[in-house]
Design a binder for this molecule. Structure first.
Ligand code: MN
Length: 142
């Protein structure tokens, strides 16, 4: 009751910031990364972009996101390997991962889910299904 009263007394922006869920966007393509981040911010999420997969796990450790959006095709490192590494990491394993991939080949979704991703979208990604997948995964766990 008391907390509620104090929260309702804060400015709207601060209140929104307090409640904003955090999403780490790992995507090397500049246009896709900006699109994902802009759409997520427009829906009230706090976003951390990561253009280089080699820094993705460190970024996840410091940003502590509620969701990781993971491009699979990255230079120098595979998004699949990053997902597997995150799922073996005691502090990162509980963070849901939404994989996005340009591959259309049969068996890709299975490989991605085997790596540990909770969600999967094939590129090109439409905003509707993207936001539905994001909301589903972010609201899923506390
Ligand atoms: Mn890529």
């Amino acid at each position: 009751m008391k907390v509620r009263a104090e929260l309702s007394g804060t400015p709207a922006a601060a209140r929104a910031a307090l409640m904003a869920k955090r999403i780490l966007v790992v995507e090397d393509n500049d246009l896709n990364r900006k699109l994902f981040c802009d759409v997520l911010k427009a829906h009230g999420y706090a976003v951390e972009p990561c253009a280089d997969g080699q820094f993705a796990l460190d970024a996840a450790r410091s940003f502590v996101p509620n969701l990781i959006i993971m491009d699979i095709q990255l230079p120098n490192v595979s998004g699949l390997d990053l997902i597997e590494a995150a799922k073996k990491d005691a502090t990162l394993r509980t963070i849901p991962v939404l994989a996005v991939t340009a591959y259309a080949g049969k068996g890709d979704e299975e490989r991605i889910r085997d790596a540990g991703a909770e969600g999967y979208l094939a590129k090109p990604v439409s905003i509707g299904p993207f936001m539905a997948a994001v909301k589903g995964l972010v609201e899923r766990v506390s």
